[in-house]
Design a protein around this ligand. Sequence first.
Ligand code: SAH
Length: 246
Amino acid sequence: MTRPHHDNVDHAEIAKFDALASRWWDREGEFKPLHDINPLRLGYIDGHVSLAGKRVIDVGCGGGILSEAMAQRGANVTGIDLGEAPLAVARLHQMESGVEVDYRHISVEALAEEAPASFDVVTCLEMLEHVPDPGSVIRACAKLVKPGGHLFFSTINRNPKAYAFAILGAEYVLGLLPRGTHEYRKFIRPSELSAWCREQGLRLQDQTGLTYNPVTRRYRLTASDVSVNYMVHACPEWQGPATETA
Ligand code: SAH
C-alpha cells in the first residue's frame, strides 16, 4: 500500500466510500446521482478540451465512473484515490468493460511531486467537499497540469438553498444519497474556489450549475444557476516560457 506522504485526508470520509464501494456501478444504488450526471459532466469537459489523445488525471476517481467515460472518448486516463475499496472496484470494472485506465492509490499532493506538469487535463469532481484542505488539492492539481492545459473542478455551494437541496432534499426527502454523505460546513462557495484557483495562478474560464428537477428527475447544466451543484473550468495563467523580445 502506498502511504500518503501528506495527511490532507479525512479517514472517516475514506471509510464512508470504502463501505459503499461494492455498489459503485449499480446505476440504481447509492451512486445513482454520479451515474445520472456523468453524461452531462463528460459532455462539458469534452466540449471544452476534446479528450481524444489527451493525458488526463482524474483526482478522487472513486470507482471510475468518470475515468472510464473519459477513456472511452479516447483519453489516456490515470485515476487516483485514497480509498482502497473504490480502486479495487474500479480495477475489476475495467476488466469487465475493457476500458483501460491506470488506477493508483496515491494522494494528489504526492503525485504532484512525482509528476509535475505531466497532464493535459486535470479533473477533480465531487471530491473537494470531502477533504480537510481543498486549497492543498487545488495547489497539487495546478502543479500536475501542463502549461496550456485545463482543469475541471466540481463541488457544492454553501448557502441555505444548498443545505436544503443537497442535504435535506437529496439525503432526507428524496433519498438520492445515503444520509451523512455530505457535511454542510465542507461545502465550498464559488468565490472560495476561484480564490484558491487564483492563488495557484489559475484563471477561471467558465462555470456552470448542475441542477436537479425532482419532478422530471432529470439533471441539466444550467450556466446561470450555481446555487447548489456547480462545475468550473480553469486554465493556468502561465502558458509556457515567454518568447524573448528584443
Ligand atoms: N470523482 C468521482 C468520485 C466522487 S466520490 C466521481 O465524481 O465520480 C468522492 C471520492 O473522493 C471517493 O472515491 C473518495 O474515496 C475520494 N476521496 C475523499 N477524500 C480523498 C482524499 N483526501 N484524497 C483522494 N481521494 C479522496
